[in-house]
Every structure is written in structure tokens, then in C-alpha cells.
Design a protein around this ligand. Structure first.
Ligand code: PMT
Length: 401
């Protein structure tokens, strides 16, 4: 499995803030994605996390002092590292570092590094809410943006210092996502992509519903991959535990009927439609207003067929739209998937054999086969859902061109 940061050389700048512990996890995520990461710390960062931690996890020397007498190459190295880097992430970035970078001050290793850099820099401010909202800090952040740096808005909530408001360092996964997005080639720029994800819920009464184990991971991965590649993405999702992905218009729905409404609203404008959602085929004919009480030994539920959203889209599709569906099957993958490909007038169907812990519902990895109207098929090896998503988009782009 190749990572999304394979062969990238990155600088992780760490400042002295309570959130410095999160940069340890960020470093791990970056290296797991295949990056070579060199850490540059401020002296104060060392009060929060020992340099040895970063050294052990990155497998690289950590730079704190350009004039370290035990490391004679340090002052030369900052020029080499800065010029070799594909990107730098400063997490957490304190008010002091933000001020230095905004004003071109170079009075320690990290601020000097940053001035020597010619690659994209992602600045992740994290500090006390009042400090963050201070006009001088906001002015400096605006200047960083106008200088072409990316600034990731901090999260809001109760901070370690007790204040409530913005200032929290976003989770390492979110920082990684924005970094990957910045470094991914934009071959889908100008395309509008509509993705569905997750399960639907068909309520029997206020506390019970018919659903399935879809976690939304596959659909969210498709939406994120399309956004990373420059598309304008709309994601219509059933109930999941996943938070709204950055840079994507996310519409939350519950039932198949609601999903149909949201999809139909956005279908006309879309160039590519990828229907990953596991939509309930049936819903109760009636939903009780109150919780149904236990009574007779047996009870039966009258169900009615839901609208088949994908089939409806297949009937409305314009020649320049690309319509892809998924087929979750427990047996006879090719026969069942190809039947849906034809019946729903699709340009591609992703056959997904479900039932194994490493594939299909809720898993982080997936094993799928792509089927096309010309009877071509492409079985993919097992891989993480982000990689599956990119393969799907690769094939769609090949066919669209
Ligand atoms: O969310 P995860 O936990 O990551 O799991 C991913 C997944 C297993 C849900 C996903 O990979 C997958 O296989 N999705 C399709 C699931 C499914 O419902 O397949 P289906 O064979 O029932 O439906 C075929 C296609 O028709 C699907 O694109 C579906 O979105 C669509 N459909 C189905 C019924 C319906 N009423 N309307 C539809 O649009």
C-alpha cells in the first residue's frame, strides 16, 4: 500500500504550547503515509515534549539550535532541509512564531528555517482564546494568508488554560488531511462531484429503525479523495459517526426518501456521481407516533419499496455525466453487480464482496472489483479505503478523457 505522502520530504515545526503532544501523533501519521519528516523545535517546545521522542519516531536528527556546538552542520543543514522540503507544517504555532513569520524575524532555528523555505507552509495556530482573538495576532495571521501561507483555523471549546472559545489545535487527522489536500495534484479541478455515503434509517416507531452497518467510511473516503484532487464536492450522507470533512459541502439525511431529495437537488449540477451509500430497499408502510408496546408472541411489519435513487439517476443521466454505483454482495459478485450496472444504466459499478472483517461494512480496508459496460473488469487488491477511492477516480478520469 503506498501512502498519500510517499516520497515527500516534510518539515514539522513544533512550538512550545500544551498542544505539542498532538504533534507526536501528527508525526506518526505523516510517516505512516510514507513521508520523510524532519522536526524543527523551538526551545520552549522541548519543555512539553522531549526532542528524543521526535527523533525516535522520525528516525532523523531534531533541530533546535543552529549553533549547537555538538552539531557543527546545523546551520548549513537548515538551508538544505528548507530547500529539499515539499511542505512544512507548524503545529502548534504559537502567537510568538506567528508574529515572527509575519514580520520576517529569524532569531531561532525554526523561524530561520521558515524564512529559507520555498515550499507551501501550513500554519496551525493554537493558543489561549484571548491571545488568538487579539487584534495583533489576527493581523499577523491575515498577513500570513496574504503572503501565501495556509492557516488552519483552530477548533473551539474548553482549552487547557480554562478559557472557552477558539484556540484548540485541530486533531492530527484533520491537519494531515489538509496537508495531503495541499500536496495532491488537482486533476479534478473544475469537476463537480456528488457522493453519497453511509446507511439510511427507516423508522418503525420513534425509537426503532431498519438500517445496516455502513459506517460511511467508504463514501467519505471517495469525497475526500475528490476534494484533494481539486473537485467541488457535495456529500450526501446518512447517519454516521464521522465529522464533516473539510472543504466539502456535507448534507446530512436520515431516510432513503430524504437522501433521494438531496441527491435529486444536486444531480443536475454534477459531472460525476458516485453512489456509495447503503440505501434501505424497504421502509415500514407506517411509522408509529409512539413506541410500540410489547404484546402478542408474533408481529409482522408491512414494508413498502423505497425509491431506487440510482436507477432514477440512470434514467435522467446526460451523456456528459459519469454515474457510478456500488454493489454490496455476499455471493455471485460479478453476476449481481453486472445486473445492476445494466439495469441502472451506469458507467461503472464497484462490486464489493461484504462479510469479511477486512472488507465492506465498517472496515478500514476494502476489496472491490470494478465492472464497466464494455464487460471489462478490474479486481483490486485489498487496500485502505482512501486508496480504493483514488483508484475509482483514476478510472473515471481515464474514461472521461
Ligand atoms: O460505509 P462503509 O462502512 O465504509 O461500507 C461501505 C459499503 C459496504 C456500504 C460500500 O462499499 C458499498 O458497497 N455500498 C453499496 C451498498 C448497497 O446498498 O449496495 P446495493 O447493492 O444494495 O445497491 C446498489 C446501488 O444502488 C448502490 O450504489 C446504492 O447506493 C444504490 N441504491 C440502492 C437502493 C436504493 N433504494 N437506492 C439506491 O440508490
Amino acid at each position: 500500500m503506498t501512502g498519500r505522502l510517499q516520497d515527500k520530504q516534510l518539515i514539522l515545526g513544533v512550538c512550545g504550547g500544551i498542544a505539542a503532544y498532538k504533534s507526536v501523533q501528527l508525526l506518526r501519521l505523516m510517516t505512516q503515509q510514507g513521508a520523510r519528516v524532519r522536526v524543527v523545535m523551538t526551545r520552549h517546545a522541548g519543555e512539553f515534549v522531549a526532542p528524543l521522542t521526535f527523533e525516535a519516531l522520525s528516525g532523523e536528527p531534531v533541530c533546535i539550535d543552529l549553533f549547537d556546538r555538538t552539531d557543527r552542520d546545523a546551520s548549513i543543514r537548515h538551508i538544505d532541509w528548507a530547500q529539499e522540503a515539499d511542505a512544512a507544517v507548524i503545529a502548534p504555532a504559537t502567537a510568538n512564531l506567528v508574529a515572527k513569520l509575519a514580520n520576517g524575524t529569524a532569531d531561532d532555528a525554526l523561524s530561520t528555517f521558515l524564512l529559507a523555505m520555498i515550499c507551501p507552509v501550513l500554519v496551525c495556530p493554537s493558543m489561549n482564546t484571548h491571545m488568538y482573538q487579539h487584534p495583533s495576532v489576527q493581523r499577523n495571521l491575515d498577513r500570513l494568508k496574504s503572503d501565501g501561507h495556509m492557516v488552519l483555523e483552530p477548533g473551539a471549546g474548553q482549552l487547557a488554560c480554562g478559557t472557552v472559545g477558539p484556540g484548540r489545535l485541530p486533531e492530527p487527522e484533520q491537519i494531515l488531511d489538509r496537508l495531503i489536500s495541499r500536496l495532491t495534484p488537482k486533476d479534478l479541478a473544475g469537476k463537480r462531484v456528488l457522493v453519497t455515503a453511509g446507511p439510511t434509517r427507516e423508522f418503525i416507531d420513534p425509537v426503532r429503525f431498519i438500517s445496516n452497518p455502513s459506517s460511511g467510511k467508504m463514501g467519505f473516503a471517495v469525497a475526500a479523495a475528490a476534494e484533494h484532487r481539486g473537485a467541488e464536492v457535495t456529500l450526501v450522507t446518512g447517519p454516521t459517526r464521522l465529522s464533516d470533512p473539510a472543504g466539502i459541502q456535507t448534507i446530512r439525511v436520515v431516510s432513503a426518501r430524504e437522501m433521494a431529495g438531496a441527491v435529486f437537488d444536486h444531480f443536475e449540477a454534477a459531472d460525476i456521481i458516485i453512489k456509495t451509500a447503503a440505501v434501505s430497499d424497504y421502509s415500514p408502510r407506517e411509522t408509529a407516533d409512539h413506541k410500540i408496546k410489547k404484546g402478542a408472541e408474533e408481529m409482522s411489519l408491512a414494508l413498502q419499496k423505497n425509491i431506487d435513487i440510482l436507477r432514477t439517476l440512470g434514467g435522467r443521466k446526460r451523456p456528459n455525466q459519469f454515474l457510478a454505483g456500488f454493489a454490496a454482495e455476499t455471493r455471485d459478485l460479478r453476476e449481481n453487480a453486472c445486473k445492476k450496472l445494466v439495469e441502472k444504466n451506469l458507467d461503472m459499478i464497484v462490486g464489493n464482496l461484504v462479510g469479511n472483517p477486512d472488507s465492506g461494512f465498517s472496515a478500514d480496508t476494502n476489496r472491490v472489483t470494478l465492472f464497466f459496460p464494455n464487460r471489462e473488469k478490474e479486481p483490486l487488491e485489498i487496500m485502505d479505503k482512501a486508496s480504493v477511492a483514488h483508484r475509482i477516480l483514476d478510472r473515471i478520469m481515464e474514461r472521461l478523457s
